[in-house]
Design a protein around this ligand. Structure first.
Ligand SMILES: [Zn+2]
Ligand SMILES: [Zn+2]
Length: 789
């Protein structure tokens, strides 16, 4: 037998190896293997098994890694799709589907000494007091890690050895699983009674699960903040378990709080089902991630909760995938493979016949567009559970406010009054501003000097606690000057312009000296537990006013919060990105949704300098559909997503002229390169005829399921440039990127827009393989980018 192997070094090629007799039983598709390559040995994954190879003198596989093949055939198929669509080598896609801790060659299990009680033969021998203490504990527990036994009894290992000598216990190394939640007290919960709206949504999901078919439509669950989406997720998961299937729940990293995890564990992890829920996210240690992953692979954990990469968890069979807060940009990976976990989820669901539920209070334009056009099924939950009202949102015109107050106003008169009222009533307040630091820039009013980052094309932010100027792109830090640094100016009245959370906090402390104020942003969260600690303090009422960035906008549920103040709502409108309106709408709606989750009705103050912007006005009225309808017109006119899809080519280098010339060269090559070389078949594996012939492809193109190896007839086509094969292609650029310089690298970009992304990706894969660029200029291909800056 022969194994075809993709190697870890990205070569965009696969290699054949012979399988030695002694390894034959352990090698299957998905096995990780060590193979000779030139003079060295490297790791790879077996992608197929063959009877024969066109090559002779195959070298044998050296070793198989691990006891079980880590990549299941289904996940392998997903990785192949990802490589094709996101225009990256299969090796890179394969690397993304396994956590680092699982990819390592060494055995990742932790062995610990375990003490086990042995069955008594005859009467209990005479024991000393301390030995008897140990024996009492062992009789009860039967099996304990040695360290745990010593902790419980306060004895030494020496004493335990005496018991071993007496034949009462055995001490032996044993695999010991690391459980990141071992010390949490989790009280089991029962399913809640759902209201009619929830019940309709749940029924629709459950009946779709019962039909479960390959290629079925995803479901978009549009429910306002507080409409009880999580309970629907929990009950749908319970149904998956009843069907003998598992579930994957994706949550944005930022909202993967202990509170979130607990809600799932509390429902499913009672008694003997302790391992049923596995958690995968970046705050776990490598060892914890290793153990959680293997729990899933061995089928002991059937429910996986995690951030982006949990979409690759080897749950099999998979019945349900939930993508909560599906509009979140953190689902997009910003390094190769640049996949979008929501879109990968939709494809995985279609491939494996699992039901995919995308949930959000503010769906992305993409998902809502797909729902409107019938590609997704739309389920709506327009009201909050328990008849809670949506908060009242008041927009404050800060232009008027700045005429009344001297200098830059931070709090309007109305907001100050409202905070005071809450303090008197002992209710809690959240204040939101999406910029950390003290000020946004340091300016000299006399000569116009602005402190700029030497590495990036952005101004530096002043952080008062650290008394430094910091770059939020590259982290560059500089001392804050006391006078204007321009040699012929030296103005001592240098000024901090703009505003960040640090200054909001400081102002609050001055305005309300008796209130307990805390700030939560990435500057205040230095240790792993800070996040948990601050939220815990807020929950139990040790904090009156909580200031924060978007970290506090997501999914938190605090019944005593009755007021939310959004300090500058229009900050995110000024980002040079066609999605800035959408982002602002989402952010305002999410933050506003934190108010009034208890018995008292919530109130939200939105302070803005552009109070009549549609994103602000529709958010004020809780009118998602209204926002969508005016926004989609704008997208339609400019052919931006979701009307078309974007591929962004970004060139980076330290020499600006070289980067610019390279970008122009790339554009020329793109126009010249035939969409396929003459004489090659027009059909690429994985692209079905139906897909090829429709100019309006399904949202995500799933490889066809027809058997391989039956080639479709080649069409006689000559070399055609991409524009002929992709008639709706729009090419813009090269132009300097909106963030023209970052971390000392100049950046130029070319933006491509089309509905036929699979075809464009194939063209781009050939382009990147053939184009020659200077060594110090790099090219990044980003399909469906979420960040255009
Ligand atoms: Zn100056
Ligand atoms: Zn910088």
């Amino acid at each position: 037998m022969i194994a075809r192997v993709t190697l870890e070094i990205a070569l965009r090629r696969e290699f054949d190896y012979s399988i030695p007799q002694e390894l034959a039983a352990r090698i299957e598709v998905g096995s990780r293997v060590r193979v000779p390559f030139g003079p060295r040995e490297i790791l790879g994954v077996v992608t197929s098994l063959l009877e024969e190879s066109s090559h002779t003198n195959l070298r044998p596989i050296t070793a198989v890694i691990g006891r079980q093949s880590p990549v299941t055939p289904k996940v392998l198929a997903l990785a192949r799709w990802m490589a094709g669509y996101y225009c990256c080598p299969v090796e890179i896609a394969l690397r993304a589907v396994l956590p680092e801790a699982v990819r390592r060659e060494e055995e990742g299990w932790r062995e610990r000494l375990h003490v086990r009680a042995l069955p008594l033969s005859g009467p209990l021998p005479k024991l000393s007091k301390r030995q008897a203490d140990i024996w009492n504990v062992m009789e009860e527990w039967r099996d304990l890690p040695l360290t745990e036994l010593l902790r419980l009894t306060g004895t030494t290992a020496e004493t335990v050895r005496r018991l071993e000598d007496k034949g009462l216990v055995s001490i032996a190394p044993q695999i010991s699983e690391r459980d990141p939640y071992a010390h949490e007290q989790i009280l089991p919960t029962q399913p809640l009674v759902v209201n009619p709206e929830q019940s309709r949504a749940l029924d629709a999901i459950v009946s779709r699960m019962n039909e479960s078919a390959v290629g079925q439509k995803a479901i978009l669950l549009h429910g306002v903040t507080g409409s009880g989406k999580t309970e629907i997720y929990l009950q749908a998961i319970a149904h998956a378990l009843e069907m003998g299937k598992g579930a994957v729940v994706l949550v944005p990293e930022i909202s993967l709080t202990p509170q979130t995890v607990e809600r799932f564990k509390a429902r499913f992890c009672a008694g003997a089902h302790k391992t049923l829920v596995a958690v995968l996210h970046s705050h776990l240690s490598a060892g914890e991630r290793h153990d959680e992953w293997h729990k899933i692979r061995q089928g002991r954990a059937r429910i996986v909760i995690g951030a982006r990469s949990a979409i690759f968890a080897p749950v099999d069979p998979l019945g349900l995938i939930i993508v909560d807060e599906e509009h979140e940009h953190s689902y997009k990976q910003e390094e190769s493979p640049r996949y979008h976990a929501r879109d990968v989820a939709v494809v995985r669901g279609q491939m494996e016949g699992a039901v995919v539920v995308l949930g959000s209070a503010t769906p992305s334009m993409e998902s809502y567009y797909n729902a409107k056009r019938g590609k997704y099924t739309l389920l709506e939950m327009p009201s909050r559970v328990d008849d809670q009202k949506m908060p009242i949102v008041r927009v404050v015109d800060m232009r008027q406010e700045s005429r009344k107050q001297k200098g830059l106003p931070i709090f309007s008169h109305q907001l100050k009054e409202a905070i005071l009222q809450r303090l008197e009533r002992r209710e809690q307040v959240i204040l939101f501003l999406n910029r950390r630091g003290w000020s946004s820039s340091l300016q000299c009013p006399k000569c116009g000097y602005v402190a700029q980052c030497p590495n990036c094309s952005v101004s530096l932010t002043y952080h008062r606690a650290a008394n430094r100027l910091l770059c939020h792109i590259c982290g560059h830090a500089a001392a804050a000057p006391k006078v204007c640094p321009e040699s012929n100016c030296r103005n001592p009245a240098i000024r901090y312009a703009g505003l960040g959370t640090e200054r909001v906090e400081d102002t609050l402390r001055k305005l309300f000296p008796h209130a307990r104020v805390e700030r939560m942003d990435s500057d205040t969260l230095k240790r792993k537990d800070d996040y948990r600690r601050i939220l815990g303090d807020f929950r139990v009422g040790k904090i009156d006013l909580l200031v924060g960035t978007q970290m506090i906008a997501k999914g938190l549920h605090f019944p005593n919060v009755t007021l939310v103040g959004i300090v500058y709502a229009d900050l995110s409108l000024h980002i040079p990105d066609f999605r800035s309106g959408e982002r602002t709408f989402q952010l305002l709606t999410q933050v506003a949704g934190r108010a009034g989750r208890g018995d008292v009705e919530g109130e939200v103050f939105v302070q803005a300098f552009t109070p009549f912007h549609p994103a602000i006005q529709y958010a004020r009225r809780h009118d998602f559909v209204g926002f969508y309808e005016q926004e989609i017109e704008f997208r339609e006119q400019l052919k931006y997503p979701p009307i078309a899809r974007i591929a962004l080519l970004v060139l980076k280098g330290r020499n600006e002229e070289k980067v610019r010339l390279s970008a122009e060269h790339l554009r020329n090559e793109f126009d010249r390169l035939p969409a396929r070389p003459p004489g090659t078949p027009a059909v690429v594996p994985g692209e079905s005829r139906a897909q090829r012939n429709s100019d309006e492809l399904p949202l995500l193109e799933v490889p066809s399921r027809k058997p391989r190896g039956k080639p479709e007839p080649a069409e006689a086509v000559g070399p055609e440039p991409a524009a002929v094969l992709i008639p709706d292609l729009i090419v813009a650029g090269p132009t300097p990127a909106p963030l023209a310089r970052a971390e000392t690298f100049y950046r130029y970009q070319i933006m491509l827009r089309t509905r036929q992304m699979t075809r464009l990706s194939q063209h781009l894969a050939r382009l990147t393989a053939s184009v020659e660029l200077p060594d110090d200029v790099s090219l990044v291909v980003d399909i469906d980018p979420v960040d255009l800056a």
